[in-house]
Structure formats: C-alpha cells, structure tokens
Design a protein around this ligand. Structure first.
Ligand code: NAP
Length: 391
C-alpha cells in the first residue's frame, strides 16, 4: 500500500498524505462521546456521533443518532449547521452510510452540504456500508481520513457498537452474561434462594442493561425457580427487550409471569425436536413464539438457537442464567462479555450453585482469559466487567 493509502475499508486508493493531528483526535473523541447519548434508544442501529468544525477551527454543529428510525448523527449535525457546513470538516465516530434506509445516505448529505473533509473514527462492517460511503465521498472530491484501527479512540468507537459489529460480521447476537455472586462464588443459597444476592443499585444497573439490549435470556431452571418477568423496570425505557427461555421440553407454565405477559411483550421459547407437540401448541396459542434448536448436545443447541435468534434481527442478548444454561453458552464459546456483581456476603454450602457450570475446561493453563477487565464499586457490591472478545 502506498503513502496515504486507506486500508481496511474496502477502498484501497492512494490519496495525498494528510495526517490526523491532535486537534482532529479531540474532535473525534467528542464525536464518540456524543454517540453515547443514543444508548438505549437506537438499537439495533449503531450509536453514532458527529461534530462539524469550520475551516477556522470554530465549532459549527454537533449531532448524534438519538432514536431508532430518526435522523442519523451526520444529518442531525448538518441540519444544525445549515450553510456553515460549506468548506467544513465533519468528524464522525462511524463511517458514514451509503444506503437509503429509514433515512437518506449520510455520505450524499455530507457532500451535498459542501463538507470538504470527513474524518472517521471506526469502520462500519455491515454489508450496506463497508467503505461504500467513503468511496462515494472520495468520488465527490471530499478528503476522507480514517483513524488507524489501533488508535485508542478508534477502539473506543468500536466498543460503542459491539452488538452491531458482531451481528454485521457473523449474523449472531452479541452475548453479555450477567451474574451476581457472593464472595464465595455462590449465586443462590443451598436451598436455591437468590433474592437478593446484590444491592438495589446493582439490580437497577441490571434493569438498565435489559433496556439497552435487544433480548434477555434464561434457562427453564431459572424460569421455574424465580417466575421472573425479565422486563426492564426503570423509568424511561423506550422498548422492552424480547424475553427468551431455553426450555427443551416446553415446560414453561402457561400461568407463569413470562407467559401471562407474552401477548404484550415478545416471548420466545427455545425447544428441541423432542418437545411434546401439545405443550408447544399450548405455548404458541398463548402468544409465545417457539423456535426449535437442533443438535445432539446442549452447546450445539445453543449455537443453533443463537443463529436463528440472530437471523430474526436480535443483535444483542443479556444472558441472566442460571449456571446450567450459562455453562452451555461458555462451552459453546458464545459469550462476548461477563459482568459479575460480587456481593460482600458468604453463603457456603456444597450444594449451593456457582456462576458457570457446563463441561468446563480441564487445565488451568487452558482457562478462558479476558481481552481486558476492570472493576468498580456498585452500591455495596463490586462490579467486574471482563471483555472476552472484541468485534
Ligand atoms: N444470582 C444470579 O445471578 C442468578 C441468575 C439466574 C438464576 N439464578 C438462580 O439459578 C438457579 C437456576 O439455575 P439452573 O442452572 O438450575 O437453571 P437454568 O440454567 O436457568 O436452566 C437450565 C435448564 O435449561 C434447560 N435448557 C434448555 N436448553 C439448554 C441448553 N442448550 N443448555 C443448557 N440448558 C438448557 C435445561 O432444562 P431442560 O433440558 O429441561 O429444558 C436446563 O436444565 C435458581 O436458583 C435461580 O434463582 C441466579
């Protein structure tokens, strides 16, 4: 690749070398910050932010994608900028789109508004984009620059949109495993009691994550033990997540809270081919969607279900347990991130359950290691976030 070549975005064309300097990086960091304002309101779309700066360095406009189906970040910023966009530079956290969906293509809008330079923090791996918007801008004589993928701001921009990126690249939903355990690693007492392991602050965070992801998943063990609703019960929720229960034999009771709310809040029950036809029929006629996971083993059925769930348009799921289902997900290599609340309590008991069961790994040397991890206080608890894969 020659000097100034743009790589990795499907358009390897040699351009005059223009470095992205510290000021550019400040504006890109701001675009990433603005993107976050769309959290919880734009999924399954990506979060995107945009800053428009005049040639003399003054701020012309800021925009972000605020709600699903609403204007994209570039369109929002251009609307605020008006004529002042002429000759300006647009800083965007994600490569501008080239397709007409619910709104028009942003690359066209940027060129038509007279923007002369576009600086991008991260690529868009979806089939509809993948360099097409950037190619269009170059054809319109707009200078296009992309932050190197190993730049920390580029990584921050990608981390904003992990579900979107994974789903675009693989068709599978991004999987966040949430668990709450005591200091001695128990998720429930020896009698199965788990209300409540964590503080109210931590439980509220859990509800926020439900609101921010497309679906919440549990196994039938948890559904029978806890009779949960799996809804996001906090103020300001735009859309309730789909609830999904892994239930091989279609045992979910028709009078469970999950089934009772199925007519209003989507519920999917994942069964196997062996599920009794009558039980499956009762679930569907009471408002649940049923999908059949195939495969001989539980981990194969996890992958089969995730494939179908991804194809139905679900880009992200919050796996809430229990330990049996979580074990199958880990065995299948299907977890992207773990968020573990550690509560300052000790329960003991040989029969009290841990966070993850399944087959597991034989040798410590082969343990699954996070790409990175961090911890922070959460009410009386500690929240540990371990990112296992990046997309
Ligand atoms: N503290 C926490 O963070 C937390 C979170 C959630 C749950 N819990 C507690 O965990 C306990 C329940 O956990 P659990 O492990 O017994 O149940 P679970 O993991 O919720 O459900 C396991 C069941 O799901 C079904 N299943 C269907 N497809 C599966 C697949 N592909 N892989 C694995 N399982 C599949 C299996 O039953 P079939 O084969 O019959 O379908 C399996 O026995 C409760 O005490 C609950 O309160 C605690």
């Amino acid at each position: 690749m020659g000097p100034g070549a743009i790589g990795g975005l499907g358009c390897p064309r040699t351009l005059p070398l223009m470095a992205i300097d510290a000021t550019d990086r400040t504006h890109l960091a701001r675009a990433v910050e603005l993107a976050l304002r769309g959290q919880g309101s734009v999924h399954p779309n990506p979060m995107v932010g945009c800053v428009i700066i005049a040639p003399d360095g003054t701020l012309v406009a800021e925009g972000w994608h605020a709600r699903y189906g609403g204007p994209h970040a570039e369109a929002a910023a251009l609307a605020e900028a008006g004529e002042a966009a002429r000759g300006a530079t647009a800083y965007v956290s994600l490569e501008p789109c080239a397709h007409t969906g619910k709104t028009g293509p942003c690359s066209v809008a940027l060129a038509q508004a007279g923007v002369t330079r576009v600086v991008v923090a991260s690529d868009d791996p979806s089939e509809k984009a993948s360099g097409r918007g950037l190619g269009y801008l170059r054809d319109e004589n707009v200078t296009v620059e992309v932050l190197p993928s190993d730049d920390p701001i580029a990584r921050d921009a990608r981390l904003l949109n992990q579900p979107f990126r994974k789903h675009s690249k693989t068709g599978l939903p991004w999987v966040l495993h949430k668990a709450a355990s005591t200091l001695d690693g128990k998720i429930a007492s020896r009698t199965g009691d788990s209300k409540w392991v964590t503080s109210e602050v931590s439980r509220e965070r859990g509800h926020r994550w439900r609101a921010n992801l497309d679906a919440v998943v549990v196994g039938i063990g948890t559904a029978l033990a806890d009779d949960p609703q799996l809804t996001a019960r906090i103020p300001g929720v735009v859309q309730q997540p789909r609830r999904i229960v892994f239930d091989t034999e279609a045992r979910l009771p028709l009078d469970s809270k999950l089934m009772q709310e199925a007519p209003e809040i989507p519920l999917t029950v994942v069964v196997s081919r062996a599920a009794p036809r009558g039980a499956v029929g009762a679930l569907t006629s009471s408002g649940a969607e049923v999908i059949v996971a195939t495969g001989e083993h539980e981990q194969a059925r996890v992958l089969s279900a995730l494939d179908q769930i991804g194809q139905s348009g679900v880009t992200s799921i919050l796996l809430e347990g229990g330990p049996h289902l979580a074990g199958s997900f880990y065995d299948a290599g299907a977890i992207d991130e773990l968020r573990l609340f550690l509560a300052p309590k000790i329960l003991g008991g040989r029969n009290a359950r841990g966070i993850v069961e399944g087959v597991g790994i034989e040798q410590v040397a082969d343990a699954l290691l996070p790409v990175d991890w961090k911890w922070e206080p959460s009410g009386d608890d500690l929240l540990i976030t371990a990112r296992l894969r990046e997309w």
